[in-house]
Ligand binder design. Structure first.
Ligand code: COA
Length: 122
């Protein structure tokens, strides 16, 4: 999997149970996936179509560094399917822990928001 982004969990990101708010994690995942989909499509005009099961496997706490990894699973005519993983990192032990995972589908669109073929040449 390819490292796309790294986020730090701030106090302002915490929900009511002292863990990272799930919606913030979804936002980090969606943004990282959108970056990868844009690279695949070589266009900024990509839109999130579908987020599959999201598994919040372990809690994320304040000050945790969260790395978002991505793998391209499928490139269709207009869509890109990706697997995404969020992992906390222990900088001292240099280990990572899987905290969240999902699969997301993005669609390449034209200026009017209609699906547009991905140029797969090169
Ligand atoms: C994304 C959007 C433009 C797609 O339009 P659409 O008319 O549904 O598109 P199509 O039926 O032509 O399908 C487009 C692609 O998505 C794929 N697709 C459609 N439904 C799918 C599903 N349920 N699961 C996986 N892929 C799907 C199709 O297979 C196609 O991919 P391909 O060309 O690689 O084969 C439209 O659904 C949309 O605007 N959705 C809102 C997106 C949005 O606002 N996202 C932000 C979320 S807050």
């Amino acid at each position: 999997m390819k490292l796309i982004s790294t986020n730090i969990c701030k106090t302002s990101d915490i929900g009511v149970n002292d863990n990272l708010f799930g919606g913030t994690m979804l936002s980090w995942l969606d943004e990282a996936g959108g970056i990868m989909a844009s690279c695949v499509c070589r266009s900024n005009n990509v839109i999130t179509l579908k987020m599959e099961e999201v598994l919040f496997k372990k809690p994320v706490k304040v000050k945790d560094l969260v790395r978002i990894y991505c793998r391209v699973d499928h490139v269709g005519n207009t869509s890109v399917s990706l697997s995404l993983e969020a992992r906390t990192v222990n900088l001292i032990k240099t280990t990572e822990d899987l905290v969240c995972s999902t699969c997301v589908v993005y669609v390449h669109v034209d200026e009017d928001g209609r699906p547009k073929s991905i140029n797969k040449t090169n």
